[in-house]
Design a protein around this ligand. Structure first.
Ligand code: 6R9
Length: 651
């Protein structure tokens, strides 16, 4: 919390004077956006091109049982035409995408808007030749290569709905998502080089499709040239099919509320849910936040280090920057390969002006020492950003001093897969930032802090409680794919009339927001969202496991680590081999990011008399804070707790 010693970091006068938004403009525009949302968004909707202009701006209802969210509903547009065609005349030769490969000795690519147009048209025609049309689903399981952006935009061009599955997910997780949205085609590559190693994507697709009942063709990009097992009837090489199609593909007229993509994300219960985003409002908001949050200007080179498998890659590598006619860097590799100077070498090589990454990457690089940063010329940098989890002040200060040399505003952007774009963030030319705070709402956003139990609004500052949003914004998710009741139950049931974010927060005496982390059973591992329930169900699917409970615990680099309490079947011995086996098992069920960091053998789990696992206690033990366990009197067998404390893994 802010006290007298908390420093604030205002932008320099020079930065503020050329910024899109300075402090006075922010105040004025924010007030206007809240007083008259229809007028405000009616005006800002014009930043993109419409085929048929909208006459209705906002039609939204947060009442549980009748939740419905529509923006610009009678307008039509094409998202790909907005990201490509409309820039051709003025900037056809400008670089749209700079692609930086995993291996620094391989050449980077500079893809112009004209190149992008041709590639996307060809890919769109290939999809059409495979029978894909408006409203059909296409799953993308790809490395960070330009074809990932081409495939997204090709879907958008013909009105197909893409659903990207992060290439780090396992075959099982991929199969579940292909089934979940009934995809007609999966687009993949032979292999994905990352950090000097190769993931055999095509093999994973083959394995995933064994569990897919409907016919799903695959379109394969040749990236590594490795041998792959081919399913002759339903597999197609992209480079072969491209030879057979025209490089002209008209952009379909798409309704503002037609889905653009589905993205599966973890929640506190059950299987991941398919978050649905639609076309018009999403693009308006992604473009506007990209321009204003990063203070992006024409000609700037912007780099977001995320993967397109996450929402950050959707809004802030592809759709936002390209809708603005920008130059966006796509990076195939990892921050530490070949060594910890890679990010900074890429910044120097491509003269990056805005750099956007995750706190976990900053912490990992901070641990390697500043020599790795100081080898590179970072004088092109203007704005730095973070996303995905709270940033601790130590990492913030390192980012500010060692990377930004104290001259680059840092924007700590809070948002979610569900929100489509930034909701709480400083604006670099307007906000005097505080390390660790997401500061202020973006235009049109009405955050409220509620008492967790009563749901009452806390008006006075400072305030601490759960973070909800009181009114809709254009990029809000519209529904859960084919499960609107789940959408309403997850986000609108607990606190009536509000969108419930699942995050806790504090608002300080100046009215600035500090995210305190999830209040549900979602953990955040290296900025990746993980439902503890997902990891638990993977563990209990193993024949040796009778019961499992998973919680997060503080981890120096990852933010949170995964701590699993495992009860074995009575005929199984707790051995180190079995521990290894369970780690490998979870990797293959979900993916490497879900591998437990610590597994503790638990002869019993603390439960209430009604049989509910007391997670509060498990969290405390995992945090090595067992002195403050609180009330354990409602436990069925209080003695199991002593055993767990004695054998705790995080000391
Ligand atoms: C964009 C993205 C969403 C959850 C969110 C919150 C956490 C994201 C944050 C942050 C503190 C920030 N989160 N940004 N916490 N400060 N700047 O990350 O989407 O993967 O859906 O995760 O991440 O807990 O609820 P997603």
């Amino acid at each position: 919390m802010l006290d007298e010693k908390t420093p604030t970091y205002p932008p320099s006068d020079a930065f503020a004077s050329t910024a899109h938004i300075d402090a006075a403009t922010y105040e004025e525009m924010y007030a206007a956006s809240i007083e008259d949302p229809e007028g405000f968004w009616g005006e800002h909707g014009k930043r993109i091109d419409w085929i048929k202009p909208y006459s209705i701006v906002k039609n939204t209802n947060f009442d549980f049982g009748n939740v419905s969210i529509k923006w610009y509903e009678d307008g039509t547009l094409n998202v790909a035409a907005n990201c490509i065609d409309r820039h051709l005349e003025a900037r056809g030769d400008q670089t749209a995408i700079i692609w930086e490969p995993d291996d620094p000795t391989e050449d980077a690519l500079h893809i112009s808007y004209r190149d992008l147009h041709r590639e996307v048209c060809e890919m769109a025609n290939v999809l059409k030749a495979l029978g894909v049309g408006k409203g059909d689903r296409v799953v993308l399981y790809l490395p960070m290569i330009p074809e990932a952006a081409y495939a997204m935009l090709a879907c958008a061009r013909i009105g197909a709905i893409h659903s990207i599955v992060f290439a780090g997910f396992s075959a099982d997780a991929l199969g579940a998502r292909i089934n979940g949205c009934d995809a007609k085609v999966v687009i993949t590559a032979d292999g994905a080089p990352r950090g000097g190693r190769v993931t055999n994507l095509k093999d994973n697709v083959n394995q995933a499709l064994l569990n897919v009942i409907h016919t799903c063709q695959s379109l394969v990009v040749r990236r590594t040239g490795q041998q792959v097992a081919w399913r002759s009837e339903t597999d197609h090489w992209l480079h072969e099919m491209k030879e057979t199609v025209s490089d002209d593909c008209p952009a379909e007229e798409i309704g503002a509320e037609d889905p653009l993509f589905i993205l599966y994300t973890s929640g506190s219960t059950g299987q991941p849910k398919g978050v649905v985003h639609t076309s018009g409002g999403y693009l308006v908001y992604a473009a506007m936040t990209h321009q204003m949050t990063f203070d992006y200007h024409d000609g700037d080179v912007y780099w977001c280090t995320a993967d397109v498998g996450w929402v950050t890659g959707h809004s802030y590598i592809v759709y936002g920057p390209l809708a603005n006619g920008g130059t966006t860097v796509m990076f195939e590799g990892v921050p530490t390969y070949p060594d910890a100077s890679r990010f900074w070498q890429v910044c120097e090589k491509h003269k990056v002006n805005q750099f956007y990454t995750a706190p976990t990457a900053i912490r990992a690089l901070m641990g390697k020492g500043k020599e790795f940063v100081e080898k590179s010329d970072l004088s092109s940098l203007k704005t730095l950003g973070t996303v995905g989890e709270p940033i601790n002040p130590e990492a913030w200060n390192w980012y500010n001093e060692v990377v930004g040399k104290g001259t680059c505003p840092i924007v700590d952007t809070w948002w979610q897969t569900e929100t489509g774009g930034h909701l709480l963030t400083p604006l670099p030319g307007a906000t005097a930032t505080k390390p660790g705070s997401a500061m202020t709402p973006f235009f049109g956003i009405k955050p409220v802090v509620l008492e967790p139990e009563s749901g009452k609004i806390i008006d006075d500052d400072p305030a601490e409680g759960v973070l909800c949003i009181a009114d809709s914004w254009p990029a809000q998710m519209r529904t859960v794919w084919e499960d609107h009741p789940r959408f309403e139950a997850t986000y609108f049931q607990q606190y009536k009339g509000y969108y419930f974010t699942g995050d806790g927060c504090r608002r300080d005496e100046d009215g600035h927001y500090w995210i305190t982390g999830r209040v549900d059973d979602v953990i955040n591992v290296s900025g990746h969202r993980m439902g503890t329930a997902e990891v638990e169900s993977a563990l209990v699917a193993h024949e040796a496991v009778s019961e499992a409970a998973v919680v997060g615990y503080p981890h120096d680099v990852k933010g949170q680590g995964i701590y699993a309490y495992v009860t074995l079947m009575s005929n199984k011995e707790p051995t180190d081999e079995l521990r290894k086996e369970l780690e490998v098992w979870v990797r293959s069920e979900i993916g490497p990011i879900a591998k437990p960091d610590l597994i503790q053998w638990a002869p019993g789990l603390p439960k209430t008399r009604s049989g509910k696992i007391m997670r509060r206690i498990l969290r405390k033990i995992a945090e090595n804070d067992y002195g403050s366990l609180g009330d354990t009197s409602t436990l069925a067998e209080p003695e199991v707790v002593d055993n767990l404390i004695e054998n705790r893994m995080n000391r």
